[in-house]
Design a protein around this ligand. Structure first.
Ligand code: SAM
Length: 200
């Protein structure tokens, strides 16, 4: 007999499929975007760890024809049928990859989102440390690539480094909210930092 968590997990999976999204994660960003209004029509967005592309679909829905969305991932992302959704297959740890993304527009990003996650080993603290390392890379890209006043959405796995990570992020933004979307499984240690008003 499935428990409540499994039933809910299954519900969001089916709901994402029903709405035509490539991942149930899309519903997490949809909820974040609707609650916090972090993405606006016409925005220039970079999506770090974008495969298979569920977040890209949600971002494109909001930015419309006037914005640009750039997705980066180690894995192949099946192209979306829009000219203004650009894809880069590469490692965010390689500085040339961010440079390439940046060149799609002549201005800094309005929003940087990161759903980056390493391949999980099953060792909770190790996975947490690796994931925080990736989230930190996203944050460190902000001074060079995010416009003043811009926003970030960052996935973080809870663990020993979580508080110090939040402290670092709070130094760079006027507002930082910690938010766990309904579509995120209770059993998952993931949560999202929604950051607005980049100080620069
Ligand atoms: C949870 S998935 C992202 C799901 C995506 N937001 C969606 O809605 O479809 C995390 C992604 O991070 C990517 N990733 C992990 N480390 C990376 C790195 N160093 N550079 C680029 N992508 C990376 C993985 O390949 C994986 O596709």
């Amino acid at each position: 007999m499935p428990n409540k968590r499994q039933i809910l997990g299954d519900f969001y999976y089916k709901e994402a499929k029903r709405e035509g999204y490539r991942s149930r994660s899309a519903l997490k960003l949809k909820e974040i975007a609707s609650n916090f209004k972090v993405i606006k029509p016409g925005d220039f967005i970079v999506d770090l760890g974008a495969a298979p592309g569920g977040w890209l679909q949600v971002e494109r829905e909001t930015v419309g024809d006037g914005g640009i969305v750039v997705g980066i991932d180690l894995s192949f992302i099946r192209p979306l049928p829009y000219d203004n959704v650009k894809l880069i297959r590469g490692d965010v740890e390689d500085p040339k990859v961010m440079e390439e993304a940046f060149k799609f527009s002549n201005k800094p990003f309005d929003v940087i989102v990161s759903d980056l996650a390493p391949k999980f080993s099953g060792v909770r603290d190790l996975d947490h440390a690796r994931q925080i390392g990736l989230a930190m890379l996203a944050v460190k890209s902000a001074p060079k690539y995010l416009r003043k006043g811009g926003a970030m959405v960052i996935k973080v796995l809870m663990g020993p480094e979580f508080e110090s990570f939040c402290r670092d992020v709070r130094r760079s933004f006027i507002q930082v909210r910690i938010f766990k979307p309904k579509a995120s499984r209770d059993s998952s240690s993931e949560t999202y930092l929604v950051c607005k008003g980049f100080i620069g």
